[in-house]
Design a protein around this ligand. Structure first.
Ligand code: ZN
Length: 337
């Protein structure tokens, strides 16, 4: 899990404890093995289901697990969808939790709401309803489906609460844990790793390959989520990062430059010490800069020894192949050895 996760509140601890009991694992939140144990137990729960129905794409996996876990997905693109859901669940099925739908979705920070229906017949396919808030765009739809599925896989039923609200909160220990489960399920290793390895035999790690893998596996996944997953399973050292024009971390108005945020390293990168410092400047000569300036995809070899921190330290002088793509004000980049 991320190092920026906050200490759990009492309520978080109760939920984390309930997760451990629900998944029948012995470790507790304080143990270093807790997160890996939770991820392994969640994968063990879904593997027999997916084995029975495979082979799969990412979208098939979401559908299959939704069916198995009695979870229906509903998408909200605008106010008309809210009215439709109120008519269906609140007026039609007398689910009082949906009385709060409109108010909750007015908060742009709400990514999704997970309802546990109180009047559902046992085994009804919509016993749980995940409402995805896509009013700000579709890019998070794929990820949020798996986030909600992961709550269902990892947590026991909510009992009294008619719904839970979910927004991107990487610092919350429960949400960070659920997101780590979601990354395992959304890019399911037995299917996704062989696909990435097939591409790695003939392609460099670049955005053309990432797009092709996305189209084959999960066309609705976001570029960021796919890029991180491809890097994770790439069979050679690789790192994913993004870059934006901004100032220093503690002084946002100072030293404005194109600064990077590491988004993930694979195990091979960790082994050779491939490391990019958060918020360091992408050098003017880097193709990350070129992609930012030209707005065209850029691919080239470069030496990380030219990357310098403001205190004058340089990165390890590793030669990497960099691929960079600018979308709006952000550059996405993958570096591989
Ligand atoms: Zn959540």
């Amino acid at each position: 899990m991320s190092r920026n996760v906050k200490s759990p509140t009492v309520q978080d601890l109760l939920r984390l404890d309930a997760i451990a009991k629900h998944l029948k694992i012995r470790s507790r939140y304080e143990d270093p093995t807790f997160a890996p144990d939770v991820r392994a137990a969640c994968l063990a729960r879904i593997t027999p289901i997916l084995k029975e129905h495979g082979p799969f794409t990412g979208e098939n996996i979401a559908q299959c697990l939704g069916d198995e876990l009695c979870l229906t997905f509903e998408e909200v693109h605008g106010p008309h969808d809210v009215t439709k859901l109120e008519n269906h669940y609140l007026k039609g099925k007398k689910e009082i939790g949906f009385a709060q739908l409109r108010g909750e979705l007015d908060n742009p920070g709400t990514d999704a709401l997970l309802f546990q229906r109180l009047n559902a017949e046992p085994g009804a396919p919509d016993s749980w309803v995940a409402v995805l808030n896509l009013q700000g765009g579709r890019s998070k739809a794929y990820w949020n489906k798996f986030h909600e599925l992961s709550h269902r896989i990892a947590e026991p039923p909510q009992k009294i609460l008619p719904f839970r609200r979910h927004q991107f909160e990487a610092s919350n220990p429960v949400e960070a844990l659920v997101d780590s489960v979601a990354s395992d399920v959304a890019f399911y290793e037995p299917v996704f790793r062989p696909l990435v390895e097939t591409y790695a035999k003939t392609c460099r790690l670049n955005f053309e390959a990432i797009e092709q893998i996305r189209n084959e596996y999960a066309p609705t996944a976001s570029l960021l989520a796919t890029m991180k997953a491809v890097v994770n399973y790439w069979p050679h050292p690789a790192v994913a990062l993004t870059a934006e024009y901004r100032g220093r971390k503690n002084s946002p108005g100072t030293d404005l430059a194109l600064r990077v945020s590491p988004q993930g390293y694979n195990a091979h990168a960790n082994r050779i010490g491939l490391l990019i410092y958060p918020n360091m400047r992408a050098p003017i000569g880097s193709i990350i800069h070129q992609a930012y300036l030209t707005k065209d995809d850029q691919n080239a070899l470069e030496n990380l020894g030219k990357w310098e921190t403001s205190s004058g330290d340089t990165l390890l002088g590793i030669e990497v192949y960099t691929s960079a793509r600018r979308i709006n004000e952000r550059v996405y980049a993958v570096l591989s050895v």
